[in-house]
Design a protein around this ligand. Structure first.
Ligand SMILES: NC(=O)c1ccc[n+]([C@@H]2O[C@H](COP(=O)([O-])OP(=O)(O)OC[C@H]3O[C@@H](n4cnc5c(N)ncnc54)[C@H](O)[C@@H]3O)[C@@H](O)[C@H]2O)c1
Length: 352
């Protein structure tokens, strides 16, 4: 029988607990330790009968685990993940890959030098819904992308902001925490983003970070997209509130949040509804709708399965640090565009 791999979860907060629950269901992996300096982490570890360590140095010295999931605040991603990789421990690192481009580039360098697997936790890419949409788009089912609209209404309660990093510039804000997922998906489906225009607002919450943003994108393939995101606007029109990925945290509503319109057909997500003309597109003729087939699966479980395969067999991570860093470059361009009030070109040359 294959030996289970002992994995630590570093950061037993909101998403760390999702990973802890998911590890309990992963056949080839087991939770070997929690690392968290706060009392909640120790209490959780005690309830699970596993050790809790205060920091990564103690984890590495303990020899308790061979790999780790890093689910700590964004600005800690580089120091924690670099220490683990240097110690030869494969890492599943929560998104965003880092809080800044400079940190992300340093992490890419460590991953390349050590050759130790580093998978970035853009978990949606492991969702069968995303796989089915990606396959359909790549097979030309919608034709060339003409336009896309993405909405994210994520009204967060005041308690969410008790963790100060979530409202700290450079560490939190819905662009870095949430919009990065949408950027990642759009790039995954349609290729690289060429330029952005954006407006941001903090008028509702008054935090030093934005609470709302409206963004327009052009893709290198000529398509256009708009994204509207807010962590204070109420509504079900968000991936998190419609895809049913994390039902313990977010109830799933029967709505769509992504609409892609191509030269041949339209596709909405997460319902995977394809809207096609009987023959040539004509706005006066009824479109035929059909749902793309999908076998649902928990993307966090799928992500851990992929992580396990990387640990056991090596290979290329589905979401590498380099790939995830392109998302940060787009976010930087969005922030700059909002600041300047002009279009900003997305420059991926730092990635070499
Ligand atoms: N994939 C997703 O959908 C998703 C969802 C939520 C959060 N995230 C990402 O996960 C990360 C954590 O977010 P969260 O909302 O769970 O945060 P959180 O504030 O709820 O939890 C963070 C935890 O990390 C602990 N911590 C802080 N510094 C630490 C350190 N140096 N070593 C060990 N533990 C430390 C804190 O005590 C806390 O328990 C962020 O990068 C966030 O962007 C991803």
């Amino acid at each position: 029988m294959t030996e289970e791999i002992s994995v630590a979860v570093i950061g037993a907060g909101a998403i760390g607990r999702t990973h802890i629950d998911t590890l309990a269901k992963a056949p080839g992996l087991r939770l070997g330790a929690i690392v968290d300096p706060m009392p909640n982490g120790a209490a959780l570890a005690q309830s699970l009968g596993i050790p809790c360590l205060p920091d990564v140095a103690s984890l590495i010295a303990s020899g308790l685990v061979t790999a780790a999931v890093v689910a700590t605040p964004n600005e800690t991603h580089l120091p924690i993940s670099a220490a683990l990789l240097e110690a030869g421990m494969p890492v599943l690192l929560e998104k965003p890959v880092a809080e800044s481009l400079a940190s992300a580039l340093s992490l890419i360098a460590v991953a390349q030098r050590t050759g130790v697997p580093l998978l970035v936790g853009h978990h949606r890419r492991h969702n069968p819904i995303v796989r089915a949409a990606h396959a359909a788009i790549r097979a030309g089912r919608i034709g060339d992308l003409v336009m896309a609209t993405v909405t994210c209404t994520l009204a967060k309660p005041p308690s969410y902001f008790e963790a100060a990093w979530r409202k700290t510039p450079g560490a939190g804000g819905p662009l870095l925490i949430n919009l990065v997922h949408e950027i990642d998906l759009l790039r995954h489906f349609f290729g690289e983003i060429a330029s952005v225009q954006a407006m941001t607002s903090n008028a509702r919450r008054g935090f030093p970070v934005e609470d709302t943003a409206a963004v327009a994108l052009t893709f290198t393939n000529g398509g256009l997209a708009t994204l509207c995101i807010s962590d204070t606007a109420t509504g079900p029109w968000a991936w998190d509130l419609s895809a049913g990925e994390n039902p313990a945290r977010f109830p799933a509503h029967p709505v769509t949040a992504h609409h892609y319109a191509g030269s041949r057909a339209g596709l909405s997500l997460p319902d995977l509804m394809l809207w096609e003309p009987e023959d040539e597109p004509d706005w006066t003729r009824r479109l035929r709708s059909s749902m793309l087939p999908v076998m649902p699966a928990d993307p966090y479980e799928e992500q851990l399965r992929h992580f396990e395969a990387l640990i056991r067999l090596g290979g290329t991570p589905l979401v590498s640090a380099r790939d995830a860093t392109a998302n940060l470059i787009v976010l930087d361009a969005i922030r700059l565009a909002a600041e300047r009030g002009t279009a900003v070109r997305v420059d991926l040359t730092p990635l070499g």
